[in-house]
Every structure is written in C-alpha cells, then in structure tokens.
Design a protein around this ligand. Sequence first.
Ligand SMILES: *Cc1c(COP(=O)(O)O)cnc(C)c1O
Length: 384
Amino acid sequence: MSDHDFISGSKPIPLERGEGPSLYAKDGTEYLDAGASYACTPLGHSHPAVVEAVQEQVGELTFVDSSFPVESRENAYAALVASAPAGLESAWFCNSGTEANEAALKFARSATGNSKIIAATRSFHGRTMGSLAATWKDAYKKPFEPLAGDVEFVPYGDSEELAEAVDDETAAVILEPIQGEGGINVPPAGYLETARERTEEAGAALVFDEVQTGMGRTGEMWACQNAGVTPDILTTAKGLGNGLPVGGVVVRDWIADGAASHNATFSGGPVVTAAVHATISTLLEEEWPAHAAELGEYLTSELEAALGEEVREVRGEGLLVGIELKRGSNRVARDLALEHQILALPAGRTVLRLLPPLVIDEAEADSIVAALAEIVAPEAQAES
Ligand SMILES: *Cc1c(COP(=O)(O)O)cnc(C)c1O
C-alpha cells in the first residue's frame, strides 16, 4: 500500500503481525491466511524454529560468498537433497522461483547442447526473460517481446501432443506437476509418466517446476512423488525458506556434470539457508506433509458438500485447492477478505485458490467452508 510502489496492487488491510495461519491488522483484527502469503509460509507465520535460526545466523555471519563452506549453507544443501526424490543428488540455491527456472533452462541447454524448450498452455514459471518465455499468458509476455525464444507450447494434460512435440532437438520439457497460477489444474493419470518416458528417450531434460506445489503442500514433500515420477531438474522457491527469499534447483548427475558457468552473488547466503534448513527439518520432523494430505482431503470434501451445485468443481491435491466458481473469483476473494477475514487468491478469472499454511486445523478449514458457503451458496446455507 505504499504510495511509492507503482507495481503492487493494494489491498486496504494494513497487516502488522503473523502467527501460525493468522495475520493481524494494526487494529487487532485477525485474518486467516488462506493464500495471502502465496504458499511462502508452509509452517505458518513467524514460526519459532525459523525465527530463531535466522536471528542467530544474522547476528553471527550475515553474508559471505558461496565458495566458502558455511555450516548453515552445508546443512541446507544436505536437507534439500535428502528431501528430494532419489536420483536428484546435487543442488544450487538462488533467490526466487523465476531464477530457479531460469537456471533450470540454462542447465538443460548446456547439458543437452540443444535449445528447444517445450512448455504447457496455462503454465506459469516466472517473470524474468527466460522463465517468462516458457510462461503461457500473453498479457505477461507481449509487451516485453522478443523473449528468449525457441519455446513450443503444448496443451497441458495431453500426453499424445506432448509425446509428439519432444524430439532429439529438445533441450527441456518444463511442467508444473499441478498448475498453480493457471487455475489449479491436475493432469490426468499417466501424463507426468509420459513426459518422463519421452524426455528420456529423446535425451532431453525433464524439469518439474515445484515452486508452488513443493514443500509438503500436496501431501508429499514434492508433488512429483505422488505420481512416482522423478524429473532431471526440480525447481523450488516460495515455501522453501518459510517466507525468506530463496529458491533452489535440484538435479541429477548428468545435469550437474553438463552445467556450464552459472551463479548468483547471493546464492546460498547464510541467513536464507539457515531458514531453509530450519523449514525443511521442521516440516519433515513434525510430519506436516501428511497433515496437509489429511486436512486437504477434509477441506476438499467439506467444500464439495457445502458448495455443491453452486460451483463447477473443487480440485487439487492436499492443501493446494482450486474452486472453479460460476462467477468472478476476484469478487469472491474480496468478499471473503472484507466480510469474513479470510485471505484467499484468485487463479484466473473464475478459480479461487486456497493455499493456507500447512499448519491450519479442522476448525480453521471449517471457517473457510462456512464463509464460502455464505458467499456462493446463501440459499443452500439457509436450508441446512
Ligand atoms: C510463483 C511461481 C514462480 C515464480 O516465482 P517467483 O519467486 O515469483 O519468481 C514460478 N513457478 C511457479 C509454479 C510459481 O507458482
């Protein structure tokens, strides 16, 4: 809401403090974060384990470049690789999701010697020139063209078209295991497997962008583990540092061996990696992915029961939930915020997206369901 910010849209709620899944405004009003932090706080706001790790590190050693072995950095690399599917053995840290994808596309090009990238319709991979080129929406791209070319788009979820598009000039296929920004689109069974088989046959790199789906949200640490498909390159950011700006790329050996020169000044900074280590350790030790699976199933079935015919579909996996409405999602998000103190996100014109911290409980899920029922199905609500 700064008068000096010419980019960010303003929401008239001056937030001051966060704890667990709750955000508090200056006047003390409590809001339930069901998307306000864009999946960046899987452990909830200002989680004590992360706060403590960051405070300690910032006081001890705030920054030194990534060629020095610093304990927080070493710990974060080990934790990230250990959390990833077997076969992904090396990692590199950056500062954001778009940078992680940018690196993934560069690594794929240098390891394969090819340039062609295959991406999906309705994809979102970030806003820098390379990641943007692999992003679907014209409104994000057109004003900035030409982008880093040689990207072919295939319809998301269509195995045949994908299999046909991959050939021996393909450097990479980049996919979100479930599309986030594009509307919470879950691909049909067998789609990710086809992507795996075809890229392997053609010698191309399979890149899974898990910037939104990762960090336990879908019930497994990484969404690709639900399908049992391991990519050559997995990218992450958003929840990786529980709110601190950090991204990561985890790769198979052939990608690491073939990676040409790439780096970033702030790569693996001690403070953000302290956050990464604390976040991954806490998520796994306290089994939050399993909680996300359980609560996601509860939330989804309660939404279906309460909203019924008033919505087109409730879909997703775990606590990555999309509700396809019969009306505009912006308006519903606004009513949720202003009338019910629940902060959710639109994902396209008619899809409302719920991305709560994984630590929400059943009562909080119930409050989301009740509020949505009041907004989109007021009559059904009155009858029950
Ligand atoms: C948010 C997002 C990005 C971009 O991440 P930034 O940190 O905003 O650059 C890339 N891919 C997916 C799937 C995302 O949800």
